[in-house]
Design a protein around this ligand. Structure first.
Ligand SMILES: [Zn+2]
Ligand SMILES: [Zn+2]
Length: 370
């Protein structure tokens, strides 16, 4: 076939030679030649002709137009192309966790503006592309080590805890596991309790296992209900402990790294879908905003049960982050119309002369891949 089978047994839309006519792929925006389109149509017909149910080809068993949620996406670092590609791939909602910016903030003022951005303009921007946007608020572990900044941020957090679209306190946890990180982790667990918010935990990239166990111990010391807490960035080393203690267990799928979608598929096969959540953690680094739909598709190809795929790429995230009532399925099942003429504090997502998109987002199942 003309499109290349990639290492996942999937399909990669290769750039077409400039001499050939080509059209953009609706899933990834890569260019498709007429020959590639013919191949896709042929494969689709074949799948249709195959028996359904027992013995059906796995890819044929994944519901067309399946919806996914990416519950960990730092969208302020992503482009409008990313939003468009995510919407086409079936992403109906994203959660933007408060985190650091790649370099330390120098004052609480920039923190305040950041929190207003993820709870305000970014929410608006996502909506302009048909994606519902929520966020978590919190002082991240790295910046907890700047005591003066940390104290000032703790002062401003309560006013954001009650804002529309805020679904949890996070990302909390440890980075280097210092005394200051410990102090502000505990203070923010109490904040989450006071405002009846769930918690999103970022487990450290170094010394992950010890950091993860320690975070869960601290949560337990504060009597925080594990059923209201998502522990993120897990791997095979941490999954069992986190599941055993009753937490939601999230996995960030980074391209070409330790926790890729191949391994995620094996984890779901081994542990089942209960309380497992897949996310992309896409940010300003090398990451993939389509990691969740791509993982869903790979799981389907590998014969994972469609209900299990739905649980780990959609339903579990909705259950965990829907706990305080801010995130509700009706937001995307019965969405507000997209109207790119809308302004946010006088600003638009359009630039000089661009034609605004005005339509009902709904669910363009014909465009969705999983
Ligand atoms: Zn994180
Ligand atoms: Zn993050």
């Amino acid at each position: 076939m003309t499109s290349q089978a990639n290492g996942n047994g999937g399909f990669a839309c290769e750039p077409a030679p400039s001499s050939e006519t080509s059209i953009p792929c609706p899933c990834c925006g890569g260019m498709l030649t007429p020959a590639m389109v013919r191949e896709i149509v042929r494969a689709a017909r074949e799948a249709e002709a195959e028996p359904k149910g027992e013995g059906a080809a796995p890819s044929a068993r994944l519901a067309a137009g399946a919806m996914v949620i990416d519950p960990h996406a730092h969208m302020i670092s992503r482009t409008t192309d990313d939003y468009e590609a995510m919407a086409r791939a079936g992403v109906v909602a994203v959660i933007e966790p408060a985190f650091w910016l790649g370099q330390p903030r120098t004052s609480a003022g920039t923190y305040l503006d950041y929190l207003s951005l993820i709870a305000g303009f970014e929410r608006f921007r996502a909506g302009q592309f048909g994606i519902r946007h929520y966020c978590t608020i919190g002082l991240n572990p790295k910046e907890a080590n700047n005591e003066e900044l940390a104290e000032a941020v703790m002062e401003i957090l309560p006013r954001f805890a009650v804002k529309e679209g805020v679904v949890a306190v996070g990302e909390l946890g440890y980075d280097e596991q210092t005394a200051l990180e410990d102090r502000y982790l505990r203070a923010q667990i109490e904040l989450a309790k006071d405002y009846e918010l769930p918690i999103m935990v970022h487990t450290p990239h170094r010394d992950k296992k010890r950091g993860t166990l320690r975070t869960m111990d601290v949560l337990a010391e504060h009597g925080f209900d594990p059923g209201r807490c998502v522990i993120d960035h897990n791997n095979e080393e941490t999954v069992e402990d986190v599941l055993e203690r009753g937490y939601w267990v999230a996995f960030s799928i980074y391209p070409e790294t330790k926790m890729g979608n191949e391994r995620m598929t094996e984890i779901v096969r081994r542990y089942g879908p209960e309380r497992l959540i897949v996310d992309s953690a896409c940010d300003w680094g090398v990451s993939d905003p389509l990691a969740v739909p791509k993982t869903a598709r790979l799981m389907a190809e590998r014969g994972i049960d469609p209900e299990a795929i739905r649980a780990v790429t959609y339903a579990n995230a909705l259950s965990a982050y829907g706990l305080n009532g801010e995130m509700r399925e009706e937001h995307w099942l019965d969405p507000a119309p997209i109207d790119q003429r809308t302004l946010y504090q006088g600003n638009s997502v359009l630039r000089g002369g661009q034609t605004p998109v005005i339509r009902t987002p709904g669910r363009p199942a014909d465009l969705r891949i999983t």
